[in-house]
Design a protein around this ligand. Structure first.
Ligand code: SF4
Length: 287
């Protein structure tokens, strides 16, 4: 196919690595995948159904930031489990060590109540599997508090955050599974709150108090999105009409025969298919 760099792997090896594509029933939808769907339906297909990944993703500058984010999340997870973390600090990125000190000085270092770290929630809605992995859930009488750690430099404006899929999906799925949680009193959505805590902007957390109205509206919106997803599938996941999004897209050569901007040609080989690797954070059991 013209425009697509040829893989260096022999055909037999590629065949071994190439898994079959997933169907919409098999894929696990998360805030990330729904965000990507909004960004470009075709990109959603490449990443979540065909499971294509780019082998030289480490050339991108955000790779270091992702690594820092993973280190910080792991530290907080271990700390929340009562594990010792101080001995790990010297081997970590200097900036992560600074964030850790900021975290220790915050109220989140000493949560009151029952604390769950890296808690996966999943629910089947309209035949789709949906998942959210909560960085932290703190349960106290009459309150379920979701806390998500953010390590990015840029802190989005408050007016944009309620539209993000993470802010919409996490409380919604928590409400959907709340009956399975160890609560001391009957549940209602008004008990749910969400905080996004920014390690680089600790004085500017984002808070959301949920409600029955927000839950009902959020569920209706999600179902409309899932119906739209079926329609996009019937249209073979069209390319985004917002072509300005394509200039730095990793898959520009697939769609238009053009290489993405800002990547040295020697770094570009081909897409590869992970043999057993799931893009989604966790594949829940089928019901
Ligand atoms: S190049 Fe454009 S249309 Fe193609 S996947 Fe990327 S964003 Fe979507």
């Amino acid at each position: 196919m013209s425009g697509i760099p040829v893989a260096k792997l022999p055909f037999s090896e590629r065949a071994r690595l190439e898994p079959r594509s997933l169907t919409l029933e098999e894929v696990t939808l998360s805030a990330s995948s729904l965000t990507l769907l909004e960004h470009c339906p075709r990109l959603f297909r490449y990443v979540y159904l065909e499971r294509l990944i780019w082998p030289s993703a480490d050339v991108f500058e955000h790779e270091r930031e992702q690594q820092q984010g993973r280190q910080f999340h792991r530290l907080v997870e271990l700390y929340s489990q009562g594990r010792e973390v101080e001995s790990r600090l010297p081997s970590l990125d200097e900036e992560v060590q600074q964030w850790w000190q900021v975290f220790l000085a915050s109220p989140h270092a000493h949560p009151q109540g029952r604390v769950f770290a890296e808690l996966p929630l999943w629910q089947r809605i309209e035949g789709f599997k949906l998942i959210a992995r909560l960085d932290r859930l703190v349960i106290t009488p009459g309150s379920l508090h979701i806390v998500d750690w953010k390590t990015e430099r840029h802190r989005p404006l408050d007016r944009h955050l309620p539209k993000s899929w993470q802010v919409r999906l996490y409380p919604l799925l928590l409400c959907g599974v709340a009956e399975q949680l160890p609560l001391e009193s009957p549940f209602h959505p008004e008990q749910v709150q969400l905080t996004l805590w920014y390690a680089q902007h600790p004085q500017q957390p984002f808070h959301l108090h949920y409600s029955t109205t927000a839950y009902e509206q959020g569920l209706a919106d999600l179902k409309a999105t899932l119906t739209h997803l079926r329609q996009l599938e019937a249209q073979d996941f069209p390319l985004t009409p917002y072509t300005e999004r394509c200039s730095s897209c990793l898959f520009r050569s697939r769609c238009y025969g053009l290489l993405p901007e800002g990547i040295p040609p020697e770094e570009i080989r081909d897409w590869v298919w992970p043999s057993e690797v799931q893009i989604s954070p966790e594949d829940p059991p089928m019901d």
